[in-house]
Design a protein around this ligand. Structure first.
Ligand code: NAD
Ligand code: IPM
Ligand code: MN
Length: 355
């Protein structure tokens, strides 16, 4: 069907500023391409629901969202009033886990017209996808502080990786690599220093890779891999990483393409047993909130990824083309050295999508 139910959760800070621009673009896309979105706005964040109820979401949040086809998410986090681990574990990280969104797809691309912080790179030179494991790994709440308040205080926090969890994200990454022209996969590792989980992870990459002889693979330790994101970004096609390594790479990569304000993400439950969630890579940016200067492209591109996942391929393509044109022609928001506002960029994008 071409009728999709969407929950829109703007969240905190600039989430509230960029979400309206995504909705504006989606309006234009619906008019042009003839599908229908049923959008339910939901105010579950630090500065609204938490301020009133002392928790990020109602207890029945899962039942309220289960019938949605997708969730469009801005960002949460307002550390001035709610500690970050409370707001994130009460919201975004819950969605990823309980809706089993085990793939976090984070494309990185250098656009024409965008000043690149790396010398001598032009559009097309940086074009890869980070596939981040999104439900386990370094993000656990297993552990604790022992002998608190004493000089012998100890803190332990476990990393958990399962064969089931590793294999499914590795398989997804191999399949994605196989579908792209270069058919290359980089496996982020740290099997020299993290001597239990990471050699095991490399072994799972080999085992799953046996089904993908067409895909060339290189394993790189996360330290030098990070350096190569800066020095040799053209080496990368698909990069698969554990939860924390993927988190770090997916801010670093976009930084090399001008700004994290461009970077989108898709938190996918590929089997569609649960709604998938689409959000910018960036956070709520309290430092710029309220000035109408946040770059809305990451949010708008995330909305396009959502449409692609919902089967609206043409609308996705039109939004990506609009982003290309608007970035090429300018003006840009301040994160790219310009003076444009969030609203004016959003309007320019929606106008292009309207055709
Ligand atoms: P951040 O991504 O919010 O901001 C980092 C820097 O990038 C800031 O200087 C900010 O102004 C700038 N920036 C981010 N997005 C931008 C945009 N669209 N346009 C222009 N500039 C942009 O990261 P942070 O400062 O580490 O975190 C702030 C809050 O957001 C914290 O509460 C954090 O936990 C939360 N956070 C939430 C998410 C999420 O919900 N997905 C992601 C990251 C951080
Ligand atoms: C991201 C964010 C989150 C993460 C934080 C806010 C918990 O940085 O989506 O990249 O670490 O996954
Ligand atoms: Mn992050």
């Amino acid at each position: 069907s071409r009728h999709h139910r969407i929950a829109a959760i703007p969240g905190d800070g600039i989430g509230k500023e960029v979400m309206p621009e995504a909705l504006r673009t989606l309006e234009a896309a619906q008019r042009r391409f003839g599908f229908r979105l049923d959008v339910t706005p939901i105010a579950w964040a630090s500065c609204d629901y938490h301020a009133q109820h002392g928790q990020m979401m109602p207890d029945d949040w899962k039942a309220q969202l289960q019938g949605q086809d997708a969730i469009l998410f801005g960002a949460v986090g307002w550390p001035a009033t709610v500690p970050d681990h409370v707001s994130l574990w009460g919201s975004l990280l819950k969605f990823r886990r309980e809706f089993d969104q085990y793939i976090n797809l984070r494309p990185v691309r250098l656009f024409e017209g965008v000043p690149c912080p790396l010398a001598g790179r032009k559009a097309g030179d940086i074009d890869y996808v980070v596939v981040r494991e999104n439900t386990e790994g370094e993000y656990t709440n297993l552990g604790g502080v022992m002998y608190p308040g004493t000089e012998r205080e100890i803190v332990i926090q476990e990393t958990v990786m399962s064969r089931f969890g590793a294999d499914r994200v590795l398989r997804y990454a191999y399949e994605l690599a196989r579908s792209r022209p270069r058919r290359h996969l980089t496996v982020a590792t740290k099997s020299n220093g993290i001597a239990i989980s990471m050699p095991w992870w490399d072994g799972r990459a080999d085992a799953v890779g046996a089904d993908f002889p067409e895909v060339t693979v290189d394993k790189q330790h996360i330290d030098i891999l990070s350096a190569r994101f800066v020095m040799q970004p053209g080496r990368f096609d698909v990069v698969v990483a554990s939860n924390l390594f993927g988190d770090i790479l997916s801010d670093l990569g976009p930084a090399t393409t001008g700004t994290i304000g461009l970077a989108p993400s898709a938190n996918l439950n590929p089997e569609r047993r649960f709604p998938s969630l689409f959000e910018p890579v960036h956070g709520s940016a309290p430092d710029i909130y309220g000035r109408n200067i946040a770059n809305p492209v990451a949010m708008v591109w995330s909305a396009a990824l959502m449409l692609d996942f919902l089967g609206e391929r043409e609308a996705h393509d039109a939004i990506v083309r609009a982003i290309e044109q608007v970035l090429r022609e300018g003006p840009h928001t301040p994160d790219l050295g310009g003076q444009a506002t969030t609203t004016s960029l959003g309007e320019a994008l929606a106008q292009r999508v309207a055709g």
